[in-house]
Design a protein around this ligand. Sequence first.
Ligand code: AMP
Length: 511
Amino acid sequence: MKVPAVVDPFGTWSREEITAAALSTATDLRAVLADTPQQNSAGTASDVGPRIALLCEAGSAFLTALLAVWEAGAVAVPLHPDHPDRELAALAHDAGVSAVLCSERRSRIAARLAEDASVPVVRVDRHLHTARGAVPSEPTDGLHAKPPDEAALMVFTSGTTGRPKGVLHTHGSIGAQVQALLEPWGWRSDDRTLLVLPLHHVHGIMAVVLCAWAAGATCEAPGGFDPLATWDRLGSGEITVFMAVPTIYHRLIAAWDEADDSTRTRWSDGASRVRLMVSGSAALPTSVLDRWRELTGHTLLERYGMTEFGLALSNTLDHRTPGHVGYPLPGFEVRTVDDDGDEITPDRSDEPGGLQVRGQAMFRSYWDRPVETESAFTADGWFRTGDVAVLDTDGYRLLGRSSVDIIKTGGEKVSAIEIEEVFRLHPAIGDCAVVGVPDEEWGQRVALMATRSPQWAVPSPGTADLRSWGKERLPPAKVPVLFTFVEELPRNAMGKVTKAVVIDQLTTAPR
Ligand code: AMP
């Protein structure tokens, strides 16, 4: 029996139904675009097709919309339907969208966005209804192959360190990102993945939706992340592949801790039968990795990626080293360079350096930002990721983003990620973020913002206690001097701590 392509709250969708809906949505979209003046701003490459904002929930609507935009020769701009109107309008304006493609549930917000941008709306749900029961009219999928250099997707960077930039991908770079993952992660047509990630970001689009589609597997899309519902599905034993970010694993662990014994057993048994569980997008705390292994028997496979190229480094199915993000995936070249831009050769391999990436999966440009695009690459085409890493015998180990995670204090460079790992082990600390705050004497001083562990009943420990915990475990330059406890760490939609906000809060808060 053939596996369904998508299972979502609206039903089970075959590959043929999704394809038929995408083809008829594309026809609708082309007709609408023919009547709409194209919004090409000065400096826009003329070979970039019309940009179409996508406001669809995860599942059949999103996948149909994405394939329809490509079939129509346009560029998909997936937006997060739960984001505030004003933010959506700013992104749609930046992208110069020519239409909004939406699902029924998102039709209100889509109408507001379309009105703001003075562009038409196309509804994808009608085409899905009509496509119910469709059988293939041709032996092929029916969707047309696209030239590799044609622009296909614009995803905005998560903006943890500045205003979001539109990252423009082509059909070629998307194909390379998907191909890089299929074989190393052993994707098969009988896989069933559970999609809990948002779809305005490459993680969910490439590693879940498009990998499942390319493998002919099933993508189960409940419409977002809910800890209990996710555990129920993992506990069913039917899911084979699960991709998430550290915050999601953290929240699943908290839900497990609150469940009764029989529920815990059911969840853990089912989860232990999942074939592959992956973590990425932010550093996976060792405490989360260890606890997850206790609960499910899984050593999470950690990988490293960026909006600009998808995923470039990954541990392998057979070899996973905690704290490491592994080796280059097929199609990628990866290296580290020193402050002079010289490659760090194997004889200096314990030296940290700027991580650079090259390959077919690389994005084409930052939208309407030629200067930023040019300065992101070296003369010989290496993309400067802005991350700092060390290559050792177990693969690459990330030390963080040079702009926020590498703190320069008294002439020494220290990694925020390493310090965070140490303080997460403190019994009073639930989670924490380390940043550098400006200091006249030291350049930067190490500061730590933490949430309290739910198990810690007495008042939060003071600076002296926390410093002595640090001094026992870290060299003096790495021990934070400033500590603040907060209810929640500031995070973006991907669950990543927004360090610029942490710095802002630490430098403006009364001490
Ligand atoms: P984005 O473009 O929003 O996906 O953010 C990319 C950034 O996330 C990278 O430049 C890294 O700083 C960070 N990142 C991704 N994966 C990992 C990982 N496994 N460990 C630590 N940081 C990561």
